[in-house]
Design a binder for this molecule. Structure first.
Ligand code: F6R
Length: 239
């Protein structure tokens, strides 16, 4: 695990975009693993800029998102489908994008289909991650075991509270999500995790210096052979 600490959150986001850019330049058909949430926005803005400046061509890339809320239609204003269209997909020239279908009739089948699609695409070359306040990656919440395949997860109260900011009221926040498992994340050939702001400092410390512990699902990244952690000073404050 390589850890970089930057002065600002913008620098951390730019560094992540540069790692993605380097990957795409050396492998134009890169399979990208993508995340949603506030942390990803700066990196996506930089990828859009690099595309507009003629540096990055996404036409041969494929993407797989980590997660989606159960029960939300693709075009729901709070769905991760919608987030990705607005923050990235509609602003670059990518054609082949995948987000789990949170409103699939048979959710179990959807989890299996999603893992199959990733495998058929040749696996994820580079995975973007944020981290939850409780150390979750994707929507893999603290547990007694590390999750493996794509699965339906129940969101913890702390995650519901953290995501409330995107919804009108707490009742509107879905209680379940479909998420790539930690096993699926660990199969990515390269992982780039960005954490910014003091609210992430405890989770970052537990991930980097604590025990390998499924109560902090991100701690498993310590045994991944190629993980880069990009922090701003606030997120690194407790290291
Ligand atoms: C979202 C996801 C989550 C977020 C994490 C941080 O697709 O996988 O693990 O990365 O909850 O969210 P933000 O960036 O909003 O603090």
């Amino acid at each position: 695990m390589i850890v970089h600490v930057f002065e600002t959150k913008e620098q951390a986001g730019l560094a992540a975009a540069q790692l993605f850019g380097a990957c795409i330049l050396s492998k134009p058909d890169t399979v990208m693993g993508l995340a949603t949430g506030s942390t990803s926005i700066e990196t996506y803005a930089q990828l859009i800029r690099l595309h507009r400046e003629g540096i990055l061509d996404f036409s041969r890339c494929t993407s797989f998102n980590l997660d989606e809320y159960v029960g939300l239609a693709d075009d729901h204003p709070c769905s991760y489908h919608r987030f990705m269209k607005e923050q990235l997909f509609d602003r670059i020239n990518i054609k082949n994008t995948h987000v789990p279908r949170g409103n699939a009739k048979n959710l179990k089948e959807e989890t299996e289909r999603y893992d199959r699609e990733i495998q058929n695409a040749g696996g994820i070359d580079i995975q973007f991650l944020g981290i939850g306040h409780n150390g979750h990656i994707g929507f893999n919440e603290p547990d007694s075991v590390f999750s493996y395949s794509t699965q339906i997860v129940s969101l913890t109260q702390s995650t519901i509270q953290a995501n409330l900011r995107f919804f009108d009221s707490e009742e509107d926040v879905p209680r379940q999500a479909i998420s790539l498992g930690v096993g699926g994340i660990m199969k990515a050939r390269k992982i780039v995790l960005v954490a910014v702001g003091e609210a992430k400092a405890k989770a970052v410390r537990a991930m980097i210096t604590g025990d390998l512990d499924p109560q902090v699902q991100a701690s498993i990244l310590r045994v991944h052979p190629d993980t880069v952690i990009l922090l701003d000073k606030q997120a690194a404050a407790l290291l």
